[in-house]
Design a protein around this ligand. Structure first.
Ligand code: SAM
Ligand code: SF4
Ligand code: SF4
Length: 304
C-alpha cells in the first residue's frame, strides 16, 4: 500500500461549465475554479498528470467532474482506461456518448422543471431530458440521476421521482444533501441538522415506497440524522480516503476536501460521507479492499 492510500479520487478536468448553478461548491470564492491556458491543458498532458496521481495514491475508483466534464471528451476517452471503475458526473446539457457498459453516468437534475431551472438555469431541464431521450444508438452505460436536496426542492421529491420514471431512461436516483459554505447566505440550506431531519425522514418514507428507484441506502440515511451526523463529519471519511483534484492556475491542486475550500462540515449533507461511513462500519478491514471482509459489502451492493 502507498504511504497515503486514496482508493477513490474525484477530479475536475475543466473549470469551464455550460451552467452556473446557485448551489455549486466549485464556483465559490477561495476554491480553484478559473480556466487558464495552463490548467486547461492538452489531453495527453492531463493524462500524464493523472497517471502520476494514480501511482502515488493507488487510486482505484475515479469520479470525473468539473465544471462540466463532457466539455473534455478527449480526456474522458483516454482517462477511463486508467481505472477499473469510473463514474462521470455531468449536468447532461451536452449530448452523451458511448464509453462502454462499465461506465456509471450520474446526471445532475435538482427537481421538477421549474424548481430545477430556478437553481440550474432556465431551459436546462428540457435540454437534459431531450439528451437523455436521444442517446446515441450505440450507447451503453449505467444511467442514474444525482439530485442535490435543498430548501428549494425538498417539497417536490416525490413528484420529481414520478417525472423521471415516466420521462427518462434513468434507472434510479441518488439524493445528496446541500453542502453549505461557511456563513452561507444562499437560503438553500437548513438552519441546523434538526431542521434537516424532517427532510431526511421524508426521504426514508419515500424509500419504502420506491425501494428500487431511490438508490440511497436506508442505513446511510439513518446515519445522516442529527443524532449520528456530527460523529461522522467530525472524523470525515472523505478527508481520510478520497483524493480531490481541482484545477488551479498551473495545474492540479488538492483543496481542503472534495467540496472545495469553503465548507461548513457541521452541516455537510454529502451523501458520499455517510455512504463511506457505513462501508467502514461494516468492514473492519477497510481500506484494504482487495481482500478480507470488504468483499461482503461493495458500494454497488450497498446501493439497495
Ligand atoms: C460540482 S458538479 C460537477 C459536475 C457537473 N457539472 C454536474 O453538475 O453534474 C457535481 C455534483 O455536485 C453537486 N453539487 C454542487 N454544489 C453542491 C453543494 N453545495 N452541495 C452538494 N452538492 C452539490 C451538483 O449538483 C452535481 O451533482
Ligand atoms: S453544472 Fe455542475 S459544475 Fe456547473 S455550475 Fe452546475 S453544479 Fe457547478
Ligand atoms: S465538507 Fe463534508 S466532505 Fe468536506 S470535509 Fe467537511 S464533512 Fe467532509
Amino acid at each position: 500500500m502507498t504511504k497515503e492510500f486514496r482508493p477513490i479520487a474525484m477530479i475536475n478536468i475543466t473549470n469551464r461549465c455550460t451552467l452556473r448553478c446557485k448551489h455549486c461548491f466549485v464556483y465559490r470564492d477561495g476554491t480553484p475554479n478559473t480556466p487558464t491556458k495552463q490548467n486547461e491543458m492538452p489531453a495527453d498532458q492531463m493524462i500524464k498528470e493523472i497517471k502520476k496521481y494514480r501511482k502515488k495514491f493507488g487510486i482505484l475508483h475515479m469520479v470525473w467532474m468539473g465544471g462540466e466534464p463532457l466539455l473534455r471528451k478527449d480526456v474522458l476517452e483516454l482517462g477511463i482506461k486508467l481505472f477499473p471503475q469510473n463514474i462521470i458526473t455531468t449536468n447532461g446539457t451536452l449530448p452523451l456518448f458511448n464509453l462502454g457498459p462499465k461506465i456509471k453516468w450520474v446526471i445532475s437534475l435538482d427537481g421538477t422543471e421549474e424548481i430545477n431551472d430556478e437553481v440550474r438555469g432556465k431551459g436546462s431541464f428540457k435540454k437534459v431530458i431531450n439528451n437523455l431521450n436521444n442517446l446515441p444508438d450505440d450507447f451503453t452505460g449505467d444511467l442514474q440521476c444525482g439530485c442535490c436536496v435543498t430548501k428549494k426542492n425538498e417539497h417536490v421529491l416525490e413528484e420529481f421521482i414520478e417525472v423521471l420514471q415516466k420521462e427518462t431512461p434513468l434507472r434510479g436516483i441518488n439524493f445528496t444533501f446541500y453542502v453549505p459554505k461557511k456563513n452561507d447566505t444562499t437560503g438553500l440550506g437548513w438552519k441546523d441538522l434538526e431542521e434537516r431531519d424532517k427532510v431526511i425522514k421524508n426521504l426514508m418514507a419515500l424509500k419504502k415506497k420506491y425501494p428500487n428507484y431511490i438508490l440511497n441506502n436506508s442505513m446511510v440515511l439513518e446515519l445522516m440524522l442529527s443524532h449520528n451526523a456530527l460523529e461522522i463529519t467530525n472524523n470525515c471519511p472523505v478527508l481520510n480516503y478520497m483524493l480531490p483534484l481541482y484545477l488551479g492556475e498551473e495545474g492540479f491542486e488538492r483543496p481542503f476536501c472534495c467540496y472545495g475550500n469553503d465548507v461548513n462540515c457541521d452541516l455537510c449533507g454529502a451523501w458520499v460521507v455517510f455512504h463511506l461511513a457505513l462501508i467502514i462500519k461494516l468492514n473492519p478491514g477497510f481500506p484494504n479492499i482487495t481482500s478480507g471482509p470488504y468483499k461482503k459489502v461493495t458500494p454497488t451492493s450497498i446501493n439497495k
